[in-house]
Design a protein around this ligand. Structure first.
Ligand SMILES: [Zn+2]
Ligand SMILES: [Zn+2]
Length: 237
């Protein structure tokens, strides 16, 4: 069982330790066929990449696409942040959306909440009721549908989301649930629930240093242990 694509890596443009090119070279050395650079979107107060820096990143990625053509496919991704109920900071105009090959979306801290719902959700980390976790799942699904998100990053991290609701919605939308190797937020029970509901999964390193690219042990162990490989879209046998 081998991962052939990693859609979730960070670089020095946010809080990663390595450059875009160092991530690309690490991906080639790890025999990946595809790598995405998926920096934090603009609303992240500490690490959001916005404005001219975003265009500089795009330019750098385009140059590397040429340099490494035939060796690896390089994608421009963006890890968007939930900002309000059913809302996130994914690009809203066509021109900016067209910069990106893949969009991830997750709940994150250090994001300015745009409504009372978001304010409350970010501070209620403990003892979230079943009802509230269903609401959180519906909120992110609504945003995922609106902004044509491809992957929900680290589901359940920071804000608890009911997995039955989340995975049924993800299957309907064709959105992938990430088995984040850095922090595997989906429990065995969550993974089995997602598979039972027919949702598809994707392994992501969430690498903040290039040596983490190609390292998927936590996710692959869970996939093997639970026998859910048929639901994982970026592995081959
Ligand atoms: Zn994240
Ligand atoms: Zn990330």
């Amino acid at each position: 069982m081998r991962v052939f694509a990693d859609y979730h890596t960070h670089t020095v443009y946010s809080h990663g330790k390595n450059t875009v090119e160092e991530n690309v070279v690490a991906a080639i050395n790890a025999n990946l066929k595809k790598i995405a650079i998926s920096e934090h979107a603009s609303s992240h107060l500490l690490y959001g990449v916005r404005g001219t820096r975003l265009f500089a990143l795009k330019k750098e990625i385009d140059a590397l696409k040429n340099k490494y053509a035939g060796r690896i496919e390089i994608l421009m991704g963006l890890e968007c942040n939930m900002t309000a109920y059913g809302e996130c900071d994914a690009p809203k105009d066509k021109e900016t959306r067209a910069l990106f090959d893949v969009l991830l979306l997750g709940y994150h801290r250090c994001v300015f909440p745009r409504d009372a719902y978001m304010m409350k959700s970010l501070f209620e980390a403990f003892n979230v009721s079943k009802g509230d976790s269903v609401i959180h799942a519906k909120s992110i699904l609504e945003a995922a549908e609106k902004y044509k998100i491809n992957i929900l990053s680290h589901p359940g991290e920071y804000v608890k989301q009911d997995m039955d609701t989340l995975s049924k919605g993800a299957r309907e939308l064709g959105v992938l649930l990430e088995l984040n190797n850095r922090h595997l937020t989906m429990s065995d029970e969550d993974i089995l629930c997602a598979a039972k509901n027919g949702a598809h999964l994707v392994v992501g390193s969430d690498a903040h240093a290039s040596h983490e690219i190609g390292e998927y042990k936590n996710s692959l162990n869970a996939i093997a242990r639970l026998g859910v490989s048929e639901f994982v879209d970026n592995i081959e046998h």
